[in-house]
Design a protein around this ligand. Structure first.
Ligand code: AVJ
Length: 328
């Protein structure tokens, strides 16, 4: 097996426990109670997410893959990127379509992959290293949302002629205010002429959207409850995980799918290392994720407010997902 000339792995020295504690103290004591979705992704959660992407109901992943297959060579000729930087790279599986096209165009030298999950990133980097022996590879385990995204993005290395990819619809996990901060921080990170490629879920049939987040097999339910396993293990909490029901609702006013965990009976939970004692009434819910779905035009308007200009976009025939390419 030929080795790539370089693989670097960086683990951002942010204290995982410290930020988990502060997220838990903040999120669980406010109303509605909430937890940030990044804590889903320990090794088990990352694997559950990969299982979700293979479910018949979860259309975003395969729709985006089909779009990438169609437009990757066009993206390569429009961007001439030397470096592909990916935020929330996960398994990097769909990214290979972009890498293939950028290598075929002869411009790509470097792939920088960032993810919050060390296990997912290690697995992805090993796959990529095996498949692409000539690519320079940099893996960054970090929280890109740290410090209003400024700190989180600052810790990513920047290379010339970058294409920054943010795929999968993960942008939907941010509330509008966070999105504005994210776009502004990305815009600052990129040099004029560099590109951003975003994958976004579009507003689809409500029943299809709900099914994608509440599958028949219950994989999404396990993924959702896994965040309580994370709190139990990492903070010495005693959440009775099987006493929580997975709930997915479409919030039309906010245009997002909301995942919640609903306590099926009243309970008191101790979160030892957060010094938190939590009383939940029967039926009380914790919001664990929002996944916003967009109207393409208003999404483009948000990008333009941040100083990006549209290059082009691609949508699937059912109009459920879009890839958007913009210029910094
Ligand atoms: C990985 C954030 C894109 O919001 O659709 C899948 C996560 N949550 N099923 C999404 C998720 C429930 C997913 N992202």
């Amino acid at each position: 097996m030929t080795k790539p000339h370089r693989i670097d792995m960086h683990v951002d020295p942010i204290n995982r426990e410290e930020s988990l504690i502060s997220d838990v103290q903040q999120g669980l004591s406010q109303r509605p109670r909430s937890l940030p979705p990044k804590w889903f992704y320990d090794a088990a959660g990352s694997e559950l997410f990969e299982a979700i992407t293979r479910l018949p109901e979860y259309y975003p992943t395969r729709t985006e893959r089909a779009l990438l297959r169609e437009c990757a060579s066009e993206i390569a000729s429009l961007t001439h990127a030397e470096t592909l930087v990916e935020l929330g790279s996960g398994s990097s599986e769909k990214t290979q379509l972009l890498i293939d096209a950028l290598l075929a165009a002869g411009t790509l030298t470097t792939y920088v992959a960032q993810d919050v999950s060390e296990s997912a990133l290690l697995g992805a980097m090993n796959d990529i290293a095996d498949r692409y022996p000539t690519l320079d590879l940099h893996g960054v385990v970090s929280d890109f949302s740290a410090g209003d995204f400024r700190d989180g993005l600052r810790s990513l290395p920047h290379y010339p002629d970058s294409l920054l990819a943010f795929l999968g619809g993960t942008i939907g996990n941010l509330v509008p205010e966070e999105r504005a901060h994210f776009f502004a921080a990305v815009r600052q990170k990129l040099k004029p002429g560099e590109h951003l490629l975003v994958g976004v879920g579009l507003i689809a049939e409500e029943t299809d959207m709900i099914a994608a987040y509440d599958d028949a097999e219950g994989v999404t339910a396990r993924f959702n409850r896994n965040v309580l396993d994370v709190l139990n293990r990492e903070l010495g909490a005693d959440f009775p995980v099987d006493k929580f029901r997975h709930v997915a609702v479409w919030d039309r006013a906010n245009s997002w799918i909301e995942m919640r965990l609903r306590a099926v009976e009243a309970m008191t939970v101790e979160v030892k290392r957060a010094e938190l004692s939590l009383h939940l009434a029967e039926g009380e819910e914790i919001r664990t994720e929002i996944s916003a779905k967009f109207d393409l035009g208003s999404f483009l308007a948000e990008l333009e407010v941040a100083g990006f200009s549209r290059v082009t976009d691609w949508r699937d025939p059912m109009n459920r997902f879009a890839l958007i390419l913009v210029n910094a």
